[in-house]
Write a protein that binds this ligand. Structure first.
Ligand code: PEP
Length: 263
């Protein structure tokens, strides 16, 4: 269903009217985690200033340590919905448990399935039935074929509004958190009709790498990027070191403006 063999033209996915794919390069930005109404609104305003047309933000955070901040749950979703009301930016947010899919889909404009859940087949199937577009991140240990098969689980439940997201894979390299597999973008685009975007924040894990990796993603033909921003990264409850702030926002806005000029 997701293969390009039976679907030669590339697909476009609409998230509450915002296109991903086709001739567009879509910028998604926002905080890694929803922490407070003020922080989320400030991050959404930064996202908008950076040229983003969709707001990201996690209310359910899949953390390596059970002692790390796990997200605000439904109260985080309510904050996202209020910020959407205030800014007009549709929401992309992660769901980690099949039992929560209906609840999260009640607030979200797009469901995100994270790297750690790429092969959580019950979650993929539930997301396929939720009536919302789905962003499927590549498992950090997954081959491209396994990633596309995971997308097939969603599609099989009747949902072809799927966006693939390359977010870095595990290699021997320790200088970056994960290794951004830039070649995965054209490979996945050749094998599948689905749009393919890149997460330069979670792959590099460092603020300084986000803009160079964003440029690389766009140069290689990605259909968009998803970027962390935070009004006060030094106090962030999740992944502060990779969040853009200050002048980085202007640099991202310049990048987004140059993309808009290309379209
Ligand atoms: C995220 O985008 O918030 C996230 C946790 O990403 P990943 O699943 O790629 O680690």
């Amino acid at each position: 269903l997701v293969s390009r063999e039976n679907h030669p033209s590339r697909s476009m996915v609409s998230v509450r009217g915002v296109p991903i794919g086709g001739d567009n390069v879509t910028v998604i930005a926002g905080p890694c985690a929803v922490e407070t109404p003020e922080q989320t609104l400030a991050a959404a305003r930064m996202a908008r200033a950076a040229g983003a047309s969709l707001l990201r933000g996690g209310a359910y955070k899949p953390r390596t340590s059970p002692y790390a901040f796990q997200g605000l749950g439904e109260s985080g979703l309510k904050i996202l919905a209020d910020v959407r009301e205030e800014t007009g930016l549709p929401i992309v947010t992660e769901v980690v448990d099949p039992a929560d899919v209906e609840l999260v889909a009640g607030y979200a404009d797009m469901l995100q399935i994270g790297t750690r859940n790429m092969q959580n087949f019950a979650l993929l199937q539930a997301a396929g039935e939720a009536g919302r577009p789905v962003m499927l991140k590549r498992g950090m240990n997954a081959t491209i074929e396994e990633w596309l098969m995971a997308a097939e689980y969603i599609a099989q439940r009747g949902n072809l509004d799927i966006v693939l997201c390359e977010r870095g894979i595990r290699t021997f390299e320790k200088a970056t958190r994960n290794t951004l597999d830039i070649s995965a973008v054209p490979v996945a685009q050749n094998l599948s009709h689905l749009p393919v975007i890149v997460d330069p924040s979670h792959s590099g894990g460092k603020r300084d790498l986000v803009l160079p990796l964003s440029r690389a993603a766009i140069a290689v033909g990605a259909d968009g990027i998803i970027v962390d921003v935070h009004p006060a990264p030094e106090t962030a409850l999740c992944d502060g070191p990779q969040a853009l702030v200050g002048d980085d926002i202007e640099a991202l806005a310049d990048l987004a403006a140059s993309l808009a000029a290309l379209m």
